[in-house]
Design a binder for this molecule. Structure first.
Ligand code: BDR
Ligand code: CA
Length: 317
């Protein structure tokens, strides 16, 4: 089976952490690099958190780079109210057993794209600052991108404001650049991630998988769930970013409709809104496939199977 070449851009973050573990455990992909950006917390934390998770997973050989520490415009927006002070509260994670590479993340993204002999699936589960900066540096390199799957935006709802989803709200100008770049973009937004609720029973299933990874993930989700219990009372927690990675590695878990999508950057109440032309009223050509449905059973199977693969066998030398 041909492996998917994967680039991950993230801001771990609880749901990023589960997404990263799932990708690290998946036998059908080769991770070219993990890049991090300011988002849920400062970039120093997201970079350390990615390496903590990879240390926990026993996968310390994949390069990790830190990128943008602030959005292209405006002040940084973080989500410590959701993810805690470090961005990954709730579990005793190991300290990173390896250093980040010295490259600036957008440069590493470009280099990995240029260096890949295979088409690349790029998954971004964070504000799109690194991706926009990489595009501004070298649009040509993105010809290598077979699919760009982002967790971000929504056709119909918001979570930071009534109008806007966090990853787009945190850097609307970057999201506008990425959506305007003519890429094969798959937008996995709140419309579907808010359907993909991991219940208390699901969290117990993860704990029951045993081992350090099962215990850590259950601890992380117990913490993460606190926010959703306080604000939404859904009886569980959505794993936004894991939906994007699941779709990247098992295409078809999410269903999409092509739409013209624009990002509102100025609105008094709507900055960061992804304005999705569901019914084609503008007559503009579609620039994204927008998620409209998700197979929740398949998503949960993907996550449980991935976490059940730990501890991973040693990678071939
Ligand atoms: C997104 O915002 C972040 O807090 C999560 O990690 C996810 O990427 C959901 O709106
Ligand atoms: Ca994220």
């Amino acid at each position: 089976m041909k492996k998917i070449s994967l680039l991950l851009d993230m801001d771990p973050g609880h749901d990023d952490a589960v997404a990263l573990l799932a990708a690290l455990a998946h036998p059908g992909c080769r991770i070219l690099a993990v890049t991090t950006v300011a988002g849920n917390t400062a970039v120093e934390n997201t970079c350390a958190n990615a390496r903590r998770i990879m240390t926990l997973a026993g996968r310390t050989g994949v390069p990790v780079a830190a990128g943008a520490s602030r959005p292209l415009s405006g002040r940084p927006v973080t989500a410590e109210n959701v993810h805690g002070r470090t961005g990954l509260e709730g579990a005793n994670l190991p300290e990173p057993a390896f250093a980040a590479v010295p490259d600036f993340a957008p440069e590493l993204i470009v280099r990995r794209l240029r260096g890949s002999s295979q088409p690349v699936t790029l998954v971004a589960t964070a504000p799109l600052t690194n991706i926009a900066l990489a595009l501004l540096r070298d649009r040509e390199a993105f010809h290598r991108v077979e699919r760009l799957v982002i967790m971000g935006g929504a056709a119909g709802e918001g979570n930071v404001t009534p109008a806007a989803e966090f990853n787009v709200y945190a850097d609307p100008e970057a999201a506008g650049i990425v959506l305007g770049a003519g890429l094969p973009l798959f937008m996995v937004g709140l419309d579907v991630t808010h359907q993909a609720i991991m219940t208390g029973k699901d969290i117990e299933t993860m704990r029951g998988l045993g081992g350090d990874v099962g215990a850590a993930v259950a601890g992380l989700l117990d913490f993460y769930r606190g926010h959703y219990d306080r604000v939404y009372a859904w009886g569980g927690v959505p794993l936004h970013d894991a939906c994007a990675v699941a779709e990247a590695l098992c295409p078809g878990i999410v269903t999409f409709s092509p739409m013209a999508v624009e990002v509102e950057t100025r609105g008094e109440f709507t900055r960061g809104r992804t304005v999705c032309d569901r019914w084609g009223v503008t007559g503009k050509p579609a620039n994204a496939a927008v998620a409209t449905g998700i197979r929740i059973g398949a998503l949960k199977k993907f996550i449980f199977e991935a976490l059940g693969r730990f501890p991973l066998p040693s990678p071939p030398r």
